[in-house]
Each structure stands twice: as structure tokens, then as C-alpha cells.
Design a protein around this ligand. Structure first.
Ligand code: HPA
Length: 280
């Protein structure tokens, strides 16, 4: 057994008795979006702080609580990551994706990744939701480097459709029903924790990125390796450095925009979760 699988099994065994159901959907809540797990639509059944899981990384960032919250939304069983850990916190990428692998181990088939992102595409504006159509991973290490765990997936996994077309259509339908404008775009993950320079943003724009952030991509790669079906939603909390205004960026701005978008986010995510069918 590979070290990665050993770590995963150890983490799983340490909380197995506290998992209330086999989740159908795994949901990762991004910066400032963690309150979704406290919404009345989310009927909480159990909570497990990351600190109580063996070998688990614990987030150190303000605005990032660290716990799994299990609950139902409509008829759907959901495990939700309230807070994620980031590569910039100093954890190796394999540790960063351990929570994703654990949710897969619990049985989740669909993964909804959400994040706060900087808008690179000048047609975006703060407060916009963007459905992720593809990503650029080239600036962060792959979480699949090292001995391959064949029980998780193949050595050379296909990444031609990381973000499921089927789920994108469901999201589009829900956005229409909720009268929420959802755009589409390519997300690039940079390491952080510093925000980018204007020159770096010009570079990622030339490479085809519409959104920039410090998470999501390595999680999507680990999930795709394990055969999960993925949907990604970014909330544009600010325009990326040097796009449109010369204003300085701060984590406060990111959290403020997320707070304003909270209601629309809740509506969209609830509609998405209730409308998807699992296992088609
Ligand atoms: N850059 C990187 N990550 C981010 C940004 C940004 O502008 N906004 C929110 N997360």
C-alpha cells in the first residue's frame, strides 16, 4: 500500500464511527463562503473539526474555519468542507488534497468546488459568479506526483474534461431559474500567499486565464484522478491586480465581497444540489 493510501485509511478509520451517512455530494466552501453550512436549507447532522482527524492538515487563515459538516439539502446527503487548507500554508500538496480524498473515501461521487477569485477577464466584475470550464495547473506541483495509488486511479489520468459538462448544464439551468447571472471562465491556481503583480496578471491573461486564485486546481486534479464528477464556481471578489483599477488588494476586500454575495451564493448552491442527479 502506498503511503498516501495508508494516511487516507488512518484518517478515515479515526472518524468512521462519526460519519452519519454515505454522502452523495462533497462541497468545498471557499474564502468567506463558509456560512453556507449554517444556512437553514442545510440541515446539519454531524460536524467533525479537522483537528480531530488523524494526520489532518488544519487551516491557519482567517475566514477559513476548519471542519467537515454533514447535512442534508433537500433529499441530498452532503459533506461539506467548511474551510480548506492551502498550499501556501506550507503543507505539501498531497496533504492539501487529503480532505478531498477523504470525502471520496466516504463515498461522495460529485464534488462542488467553490472559491473566491480575482477577475482577470476585464468583462467580469466583483460579485460575479463564474462557472469554471477548465484550469491551468502549471504553476503549482501536481498532487499526483509520487508513487501512483492504483486503487485511486491510473498513473496518467486524462484531464480533458476536469469540470463536467453535464454539471455545467445543471448549473446554467439553476442560474436561470434563480435569475442569477453566471459567467464562464478558465481558472489558474498560483501558489500565493502574496497577490500577483500586474505583470503576472498580464502573463496569465495571455495564457488564457479568466480567473486567478490560490486553491481549487490541485483539489480538482486529485478528485478527477479518483473519478469524481466536478463542478467549480468562483466568486469574483476583486479584479486581479492591474486589471482596470490600480487599487491595492487585501483579504478584507475578498471577505467583504463574499459577505455581500452570500444570499445569491446560497440560492445558487442549494438549487444546484437539489437539481443534480447522482450517478448518471
Ligand atoms: N488573486 C489571487 N487569489 C485571489 C484573488 C486574487 O486577486 N482574489 C481572491 N483570491
Amino acid at each position: 500500500m502506498t503511503k498516501i493510501k495508508e494516511e487516507l485509511e488512518r484518517a478515515y478509520k479515526s472518524i468512521e464511527d462519526r460519519i452519519p451517512f454515505i454522502p452523495e455530494i462533497a462541497l468545498v466552501l471557499g474564502s468567506g463562503l463558509g456560512e453556507y453550512a449554517e444556512d437553514p436549507e442545510f440541515h446539519i447532522e454531524a460536524e467533525i473539526p479537522y483537528g480531530e482527524i488523524e494526520g489532518f492538515p488544519v487551516s491557519t487563515v482567517s475566514g477559513h474555519d476548519g471542519r467537515f459538516v454533514f447535512g442534508t439539502v433537500g433529499e441530498k446527503k452532503v459533506v461539506c468542507m467548511k474551510g480548506r487548507v492551502h498550499y501556501y500554508e506550507g503543507y505539501p500538496v498531497t496533504q492539501v488534497v487529503l480532505p478531498i480524498r477523504l470525502m471520496r473515501r466516504m463515498g461522495a461521487q460529485v464534488l462542488l468546488l467553490t472559491n473566491a477569485a480575482g477577475g482577470v477577464n476585464p468583462s467580469f466584475k466583483p460579485g460575479d459568479f463564474v462557472c469554471i470550464t477548465d484550469h491551468i495547473s502549471s504553476f503549482v506541483p501536481s498532487p499526483l506526483i509520487g508513487p501512483n495509488e492504483d486503487d485511486f486511479g491510473v498513473r496518467f489520468p486524462d484531464m480533458s474534461q476536469v469540470y463536467s459538462k453535464r454539471l455545467r448544464l445543471v448549473l446554467e439551468h439553476c442560474a436561470e431559474k434563480c435569475k442569477i447571472d453566471v459567467k464562464e471562465g478558465v481558472y489558474v491556481q498560483l501558489s500565493g500567499p502574496n497577490y500577483e503583480t500586474p505583470a503576472e496578471i498580464r502573463m496569465v491573461a495571455k495564457l488564457g486565464a479568466d480567473l486567478v486564485g490560490m486553491s481549487t486546481v490541485i483539489e480538482a486534479m486529485a478528485a478527477r484522478h479518483m473519478g469524481m464528477e466536478i463542478c467549480g464556481i468562483s466568486l469574483v471578489t476583486n479584479m486581479a491586480c492591474g486589471v482596470i483599477t490600480g487599487a491595492k488588494l487585501s483579504h478584507e476586500e475578498v471577505k467583504e465581497t463574499a459577505a455581500v454575495a452570500k444570499e445569491r451564493f446560497t440560492m445558487l448552491v442549494t438549487s444546484f444540489i437539489t437539481n443534480i442527479t447522482i450517478g448518471d
